[in-house]
Design a protein around this ligand. Structure first.
Ligand code: ADE
Length: 223
């Protein structure tokens, strides 16, 4: 899989593509992630990328030219183009599972007060990562990339993916490590029992209990 990210702030991605599971997935050639500076595509002599909005209003608006040219340059016949915006579809684990089957993804990060409406016409899908407004699409694009890359075969252990939160619309069960007792809080006996069937049953019950307590909305979901 190849992911191209269009941003005005490429250095925000330095740590993200170097560290931890994403850094390792890149090293292992499970994914290629290219960070492109939108400014490099500007045809303006001063590499301008934004301008005042027609009709007035606060803030600068990202111009269409650099984005359209970047897409012309990077797009292939099998590309899925994603636009990050708080007005987009609310992103979920289900979307991550759909995206992991794509061969090539381009993510456009909006910034400042907004982007020229015509940029929307380029996107196959617009995503929001939640009902709050961030200063730009950089963090949201990292959220999407992270959630997709960890689903690529061989990036993390299959078992971690099978039993994680949001599988079957349930939250994950609680986990414990050493010590067996810490500040009066004990590891549940069943986990020390070595009885696999009882452990499986306990975990499944805990998942339902947790989901009822914390996210009852998930239990009503149909997908
Ligand atoms: N850009 C700014 N806020 C955003 C959000 N919540 N989701 C996606 N893109 C954004």
């Amino acid at each position: 899989m190849k992911i191209d990210i269009l941003t005005l702030f490429p250095s925000m991605f330095d740590g993200f593509i170097k560290e931890s599971i994403i850094g390792r997935a890149i090293k292992d050639n499970k994914v290629t992630i290219n960070i492109h500076n939108i400014r490099d595509y500007s045809k303006d002599p001063h590499h301008k990328v934004d301008d005042y909005g027609y009709g007035g209003g606060a803030g600068m608006v990202l111009m269409p030219q650099p984005i359209f040219d970047a897409i012309d340059d990077l797009k292939r016949s099998d590309t899925c183009i994603i636009l990050m915006t708080p007005q987009g579809k609310k992103y979920s684990q289900k979307d991550a599972k759909t995206l992991v089957s794509k061969k090539h993804i381009i993510i456009i990060c909006g910034h400042y007060e907004g982007f020229d409406e015509r940029i929307r016409s380029l996107a196959d899908i617009e995503y929001s990562i939640g009902d709050y407004v961030l200063t730009g699409g950089e963090l949201p694009s990292m959220v999407i990339t992270d959630s997709v890359v960890r689903l690529i075969d061989g990036v993390i252990e299959n078992e971690s993916r099978e039993f994680e939160s949001f599988e079957d619309n349930l939250l994950d069960y609680p986990v414990y490590t050493n010590p067996r007792e810490y500040r009066g809080m004990k590891v549940p006996d069943v986990l020390l029992s070595g009885h696999h069937e009882n452990i499986r049953k306990w975990r499944s019950e805990e998942q339902i209990k947790r989901t009822k307590e914390r996210r009852p909305d998930l239990l009503d979901k149909e997908d």
